[in-house]
Design a binder for this molecule. Sequence first.
Ligand code: NAP
Length: 315
Amino acid sequence: MPDGLGPPFAEPLFNRIALIGIGLIGSSIARICRRKGLAREIVAADSSAKVREEAAALALAGRIVATPAEAAEGSDLVILCVPVGAIGRAAQEVAPHLLPGAILSDVGSVKTAIIKAVAPHVPAAADFVPAHPVAGTEQSGPCAGFASLFHNRWCILTPPAGANPKAIARLSSFWKGAGANVEIMDASHHDLVLAITSHLPHLIAYNIVGTAADLEQVTQSEVIKFSAGGFRDFTRIAASDPVMWRDIFLNNRDAVLETLGRFNEDLIALQRMIRNGDGKSLFDLFTRTRAIRRGIIEQGQETAAPDFGRRTSEE
Ligand code: NAP
């Protein structure tokens, strides 16, 4: 049965792609590369022996090695798919092994801090083009990945000033080949947009689930037993990888604090509406927010089907 991902490329876009970190995102890239023939050869590196074993059992790459340096050797595209806090170190390790003309990229969820950590290591003969595929799930590891993860999702490229336009175009083609829509954005703007659309919602989910778990008058078993509607949706987001999200908040501090300040002000306004019995303001706000969800559905980023938390893929 057709999977909707289209036919493979007649000619691969890259000769050898190195994926540093073969977890959820790295393994999804490996799967779509293989499915679409985006690269002649795939080499993966992961610091975890258990992850390397899992990736080998899934035949995700032609070679699976322990160090970023080994994987980068001879590759014309190197993508860093490790947690944000580990990306600078991984860049330092691959840098001396990059081929002249190679593209170094990443998939980190934060961009300004990553550019600051990676750019100083990039040799003059290679091109650094940072990227963020806005697609994922609350799961981690190579078994959680799938080839259609990026299909019809956005991939945001944040090339630093003076980046090579040919390298940007090649990486755009790669992500389009993986099924994504590509947008180019300034790194600090990316961080602000993602702070409100992704980072703040995760912070709220972590907070509300934490609060519910700590409530003394309501037992843990009651929280789980009656987790209908809203709370269950929050628990899905709050189950996201702790390392990944710790690193995101530590590395997008300013934008997150800025949006959190705005959020707190709006929350106080809501509190006042409830206290004052201001039903009209509550109704007007909820009507506006409903229209936002309709807009997301109309743009194909979500379906209108009722979601009881059973789907497997979502950012
Ligand atoms: P993941 O499933 O946990 O995979 C990351 C892998 O990298 C793990 O196997 C980890 O091994 C390995 N690793 C860590 N440090 C390493 C190093 N120095 N060298 C080689 N391997 C190393 O995480 P993920 O969800 O794929 O996330 C990877 C990146 O994608 C992050 O930067 C994240 O911000 C970004 N991203 C994630 C999502 C999402 O929804 N998950 C969406 C878009 C972008 P250990 O387990 O031993 O540490």
